[in-house]
Design a protein around this ligand. Structure first.
Ligand SMILES: [Zn+2]
Length: 294
């Protein structure tokens, strides 16, 4: 995808480099960012444009700690001295960033997962609260995708919704998209349906003035993954690896070392939601933990 920088309204712009970053002009000279690009290279491209326009970067407000959102923060902070803020809980994952691949792997992470796509350059951040936001900006929680992701709204009625949902084209290619808490993720989709605004910008979806359809697609997608897991377990009890293989086959995913853990981490979250809902459970048979449908 071509790197792009687009003006949305008088004070609000976005960068796109596979994931979108919002820029908000505080005045003629000073700007802030919401997220920071996927890595140092993206951060450089962002800073070049900020400098070409004669602006000064005052602060970065991170929506959450995933590497593709905080990946440019360390570089931008080092170059400009800007402040970096992140939500509670997420803030503890901006340093050390090795926790992210360790969390997804479930132990000491393999070197293949300690690369910039999962393990950003560490960047200390301060606690994001209403009081550190510039005038004209509101923040609101978007739980579910991660522990404590936040979204933002500018006084020009532009929403920045980070990874609260993904575009339909991404859903068709990657039907098992990342989420941490299924229940909260679905609640966030419901909450966003009630939002009205001029323009909605998410990291991995085409900006739009209406998101009802894409929210509905994302909800349908989650429900399909849930139904698929339950259907698989209705056919037969499975250990985790057997279940994962059947999920991959159902969604035409290609298994490899990394995908086993990345998709597996998501499926584990789905399984815990189903277990909490009383739809599946586990038992030990011949020293194997088996999942089964209730
Ligand atoms: Zn994310």
């Amino acid at each position: 995808m071509e790197f792009e920088f687009r003006q949305v309204t008088n004070k609000t712009y976005y960068f796109n480099d596979t994931n979108r970053v919002l820029l908000y002009k505080l005045d003629d000279n000073n700007v802030v960012l919401f997220d920071s690009g996927k890595n140092t290279h993206a951060g450089k491209k962002i800073l070049n444009i900020i400098r070409e326009n004669g602006w000064t970067l005052k602060a970065i407000y991170l929506s959450h700690s995933h590497a593709d959102h905080m990946g440019g923060a360390a570089y931008l902070k080092a170059e400009t001295g800007c402040e970096v803020y992140a939500p509670e809980f997420e803030r503890h994952l901006t340093i050390p960033t090795i926790i992210e691949p360790g969390f997804m792997y479930g132990g000491f992470p393999p070197k293949e997962m300690c690369l910039p796509f999962l393990c950003a350059e560490p960047c200390p951040s301060k606690l994001l609260t209403d009081s550190v936001l510039p005038p004209g900006i509101e923040m609101f929680p978007l739980p579910g995708h991660t522990f404590n992701m936040y979204g933002f709204k500018t006084d020009e009625d532009i929403y920045f919704l980070a990874d609260a949902y993904v575009g339909s084209e991404i859903l068709s290619k990657h039907p098992v998209t990342f989420l941490y808490d299924v229940e909260k993720y679905l609640e966030t989709l419901d909450m966003l349906e009630l939002k009205s605004g001029k323009y909605f910008i998410a990291a991995h979806a085409n900006p739009s003035n209406s998101i009802l359809r894409v929210l509905s697609k994302n909800r349908e997608n989650v429900l399909e993954v849930l139904d698929t897991i339950v259907s698989i377990l209705k056919e037969d009890d499975c250990n985790y690896d057997q279940l994962l293989a059947k999920v991959f086959t159902h969604f035409h995913l290609i298994m490899n070392f990394i995908q086993h853990y990345l998709v597996g981490c998501i499926i584990k979250s789905y399984l815990m939601y189903l277990r909490n809902e009383g739809l599946v459970s586990t038992k030990v048979v011949e020293n194997q933990l088996l999942w089964y449908s209730l």
